[in-house]
Ligand binder design. Structure first.
Ligand SMILES: [Zn+2]
Length: 102
């Protein structure tokens, strides 16, 4: 499958990771829109929230983003799921945007 996030998750494409656990990785967005802009990405290929069936995975993504925000000393931040092209999703592999910083 020609999916860039799967390749990063499988270490086929080297990428500095902010976080890694059994089900998730996180790394800096290559086109940051805020001083801190990190993507929390599932290791398993799920195309988008529309295809997501595991509520625990969604919760774990939010908790991972919260942990990273704490490590980055972000007081406030945005957590954003873009869903589908019309929703602004550019990569068809589930990811959560963590955006913040001054
Ligand atoms: Zn993928």
């Amino acid at each position: 499958m020609d999916c860039i996030f799967c390749k990063i998750a499988n270490k086929e494409i080297p990428k500095e990771l902010v976080l890694e656990n059994e089900e998730l990785i996180a790394f800096d967005d290559i086109h940051p829109k805020t001083p801190v802009h990190i993507l929390v990405v599932t290791k398993a290929h799920v195309a988008s929230v529309k295809e997501l069936e595991n509520p625990e995975l969604a919760g774990d993504m939010v908790m991972a983003a919260k942990k990273i925000a704490g490590e980055k000393n972000l007081d406030g931040y945005k957590l954003l799921f873009n869903v589908g092209r019309e929703g602004g999703q550019e990569i068809d592999h589930l990811h959560l945007h963590l955006m913040g910083g001054k």
